[in-house]
Design a protein around this ligand. Structure first.
Ligand code: AHM
Ligand code: MG
Length: 348
């Protein structure tokens, strides 16, 4: 008798490509640009600069406890959160590298009070969370960087900070990086989702999974269960449902929660299932930030065949009203996100 694999088995994940004969991140982006009419090479150069910043951040993440980079700076950011030394370092590196690249008219970061305009009319807007999962820095768990790239509507005009307030459907590229057991960048430029792994001996990112697809349905869920008492009745009902035995395989969903969006989203992208950070009584507008957390993740999940909503509506259609606007975020396999929506909107 052949044993049936569970829905969340690793078996559907495409096999890794050997880095020794692989495609570099730069070659991959260049190949996409060659196919684009009128491409100038600026986008490829922008991504090379981002990749450099990532490698510099990584070098400090790897030494954090030895380089006096754990703990807090004593400052509080514009969102009222205590700033960690690595948050500050990662933000400084990205700001520095992006400003020097000459390609960004506008830069927005979780750690900046307002978006920053460059002294020159750069073509792109880059919005980022320099170090996601800050609560995991001091305990050596996976943390990361998230970013979204948009094209300025009039690149020759003097940049204005309000240009950053565009819905996620205008994003042209998005990525997240995981500083985990491996250093992995998951990137989309609107032509599918591709995973690159850093070869530390070579100092280059190589393609490790091409055309990543999020499974249609799986049996894993990710949510901070500690917030249960603060959720709406609909979300509480969904939570009860997801813990019941699923008649399809006679078992409940498995629960996984790291507390770093990058880590929880990456597992959900590869293995399927659902990640949710819904609105609750403490954060009625949600906790995660729309422009540099939810939007880039939503763009990646949609490109991989998954879904991302705020519990009712598509994330990428939300029109932002502030750089640090928050949103509830529900992303993952289509079936699982749709089921959540049915409970959250009272249809079940
Ligand atoms: P941050 O570390 O960039 O501020 O991001 C917020 C983090 C996300 O990575 C994660 O999904 C979430 O906050 C975890 O929140 P909680 O600790 O409330 O479960
Ligand atoms: Mg974050």
């Amino acid at each position: 008798m052949t044993e049936q694999r569970p829905a969340d088995s690793i078996s559907h994940i495409p096999p890794a490509v050997s880095p020794s004969i692989g495609t570099t991140l730069r070659d991959h982006v260049l190949a996409g640009m060659r196919a684009a009419p009128g491409a100038t090479g600026e986008f490829t150069s922008l991504l090379s600069h981002i990749s450099l910043a990532i490698r510099i951040i990584l070098s400090r993440v790897r030494q954090a406890g030895l380089a006096n980079l754990l703990g807090y700076t004593g400052e509080t950011n514009v969102q009222g959160e205590a700033v960690q030394k690595l948050d500050e370092f990662a933000n400084d590196v990205l700001m520095n590298v992006l400003e020097r690249s000459g390609h960004c008219g506008i830069i927005g970061s979780e750690e900046l009070e307002t978006a920053r305009t460059a002294g020159h009319p750069g073509k792109y807007i880059v919005l980022f969370d320099p170090l996601d999962g800050s609560s995991n820095i001091d305990v050596c768990s996976t943390i990361g960087t998230i970013f979204a790239v948009l094209r300025r509507q009039d690149p020759l005009s003097p940049p204005s900070v309000n240009e950053a307030l565009r819905p996620g459907r205008d994003i042209i590229a998005a990525a997240y990086v995981l500083y985990g057991p491996s250093t992995v960048m998951v990137l989309t430029t609107g032509q599918g989702v591709h995973e690159f792994t850093l070869d530390p001996n070579v100092g280059e990112f190589f393609l490790s999974r091409a055309n990543v697809r999020c499974p249609e349905r799986a049996s894993m869920y990710s949510i901070n269960e500690g917030n249960h008492a603060r959720w709406t009745e609909g979300v509480q009902k969904w939570n009860e449902w997801i813990k019941r035995d699923d008649p399809a395989n006679g078992a409940p969903y498995n629960h996984r929660y790291v507390g770093s969006l990058v880590a929880d989203a990456h597992r959900t992208l590869l293995k399927g299932g659902i990640f949710a950070y819904p609105a609750d009584k403490k954060s009625p507008g949600g906790k995660l930030r729309l422009l540099y957390e939810a939007n880039p993740m939503a763009f990646i999940f949609e490109q991989a065949g998954g879904m991302a909503t705020n519990g009712a509506d598509r994330i990428l259609d939300i029109v932002p009203n502030a750089l640090h606007m928050r949103t509830p975020l529900v992303l993952g396999s289509k079936f699982d996100v749709q089921t959540f929506t049915e409970f959250a909107t009272g249809k079940r």
